[in-house]
Design a protein around this ligand. Structure first.
Ligand code: URA
Length: 431
């Protein structure tokens, strides 16, 4: 294979052969195909796209660049394209496990405005997401659920390619995003994959059309690889729940797992929708039956028990997690100067404030402040009088930050005389 000829053909918009794609990825993983040629390939794909068959070939080649796990039990996982206040995995994965499915979940540390699932879980003192694949396997099968970080043995080609895409303006391509996400999920080995593809100000995909196209591609690619799959396209224009940060999100997830706050019922209902699809597909039962089972396992404490068992298996200590909230932090409460209905809360603006407080990381390896973040006091549709609290900002960094960021967070809220339409979480479904 001559890489230059292959690049010429992709630049002219031709579809590449399966063997060509496989050899390109193998050569790149070995170091024989240099970064500049692989970057040119990524740019050609960005401009010319890929057929579904080419996308599947790229996904398979990247999946096979490392280890692939095998499970001899029913398995399912949920993947989110990421959002603001997105603690859904912390509830969905143990909930599906409580319904009798093994949920092996390899997750990431966040890069950008907010922490990833691994950052959130590691705010629990002692909890380690860094497990060997053998230990990940053991925890998943004995407890029913494990949330660990992907090791270097999984999809090394994706790690190398993503680093190039990040600096060459080639992230925004549906075939490349599909191959990147799916190669890791397929290598993880779950039989059923359910995707949460988010759109809106706080999401990677800004429009619902782009999100639907990615959802179609992820579901199509999963099925082509012999997995059961579904996707929900969900609204990420406003934060999920009240907590945006890391430790405060874990605390909120625990509240939902304990059915401890009626005002979080909308988030609990969304979690049930995802877990029910995992259970329905994996067990081959009607969606309504799976929904009923999930509601029961949330209400009777079984999902919370799975979460607690997973934390223990990963070395975490939930009692110490709770006492950490007594640590001194700098706090600032923001109040409204107008009365009316909270008609919107811009997710991206909230995330930028949480980032500035220390909740996210600008580059890989940066430390995050586990206790930093924003806790909203209101949600869309609430009626507020003048002086009502809107949010509390929290950081362990400089207190001077808080006053400046208070002005920024106020811009996230829109308060109007008219009551807004209720939030519609799910914009589309691919099943
Ligand atoms: N997440 C990934 O894992 N890969 C992408 O390309 C984009 C988002």
């Amino acid at each position: 294979m001559t890489v230059k000829l292959l690049l010429d053909r992709k630049r002219e918009g031709h579809a590449l052969g399966s063997a060509e794609i496989r050899e390109l990825v193998e050569g790149f993983t070995r170091g024989d195909v240099p970064d500049y040629q692989m970057s040119a390939f990524a740019m050609a794909v960005c401009c010319r796209g890929m057929t579904q068959r080419e996308t599947s070939d790229l996904t398979n080649a990247m999946m096979r660049s490392g280890r692939c796990l095998d499970w001899n039990v029913p398995t399912a996982d949920k993947h989110s394209t990421g959002g603001v206040g997105d603690k859904l995995s912390l509830i969905i994965q143990p909930l599906a496990a409580a319904c009798g499915i093994v949920v092996p979940s390899l997750t990431g540390r966040g890069l950008g405005l907010t922490g990833g699932t691994a950052d959130k879980m590691e705010t629990i003192p002692g909890y380690s997401c860094s497990q060997t694949l053998e230990r990940f396997h053991e925890i998943s099968t004995s407890v029913g659920v494990s949330m660990s970080v992907q090791t270097d043995e999984i999809c090394p080609a994706d790690k190398k390619l993503y680093a190039l895409r990040d600096v060459t303006g080639t992230v925004a391509s549906i075939p490349l995003i599909t191959a990147s996400i799916l190669s890791k999920k397929l290598a993880e080995g779950a039989d059923t994959l359910v995707f949460d593809v988010k759109f809106g100000s706080g999401a990677f995909m800004k429009s619902v059309e782009e999100a639907k196209a990615l959802a179609d591609s992820l579901v199509g690619g999963s099925r082509a690889a012999g997995r059961k799959a579904a996707a929900l396209v969900t609204d990420m224009n406003e934060p999920i729940g009240f907590a945006v940060g890391n430790a405060n999100e874990v605390a909120e997830a625990l509240t939902i797992l304990s059915c401890g706050d009626e005002r979080l019922q909308d988030v609990a209902d969304l979690c049930v929708e995802f877990a029910a699809r995992m259970v329905s597909l994996e067990k081959g039962i009607p969606l309504d039956d799976a929904r009923a089972m999930c509601r029961e396992k949330l209400a009777d404490g079984s999902a919370k028990a799975k979460f607690v068992a997973m934390v223990e298996a990963h070395g975490g200590d939930l009692d110490r997690f709770k006492t950490r909230f007594n640590r001194p932090t700098f706090k600032f409460r923001v109040q409204t100067t107008t009365s009316g209905y909270v008609s919107s809360i811009d997710a991206e603006k909230v995330a930028k404030v949480a980032f500035a407080l220390g909740a996210g990381r600008a580059k890989a390896g940066d430390a995050i402040d586990p206790l930093a973040g924003v806790t909203l006091a209101v949600k869309r549709g609430d009626r507020v009088p003048v002086g009502a609290p809107l949010a509390t900002l929290e950081t362990t960094r400089e207190p001077e930050l808080l006053e400046r960021l208070a002005a920024d967070i106020l811009k996230a809220f829109s308060i109007t005389p008219e009551r807004p339409e209720p939030r519609r979480w799910i914009a589309a479904e691919i099943d």
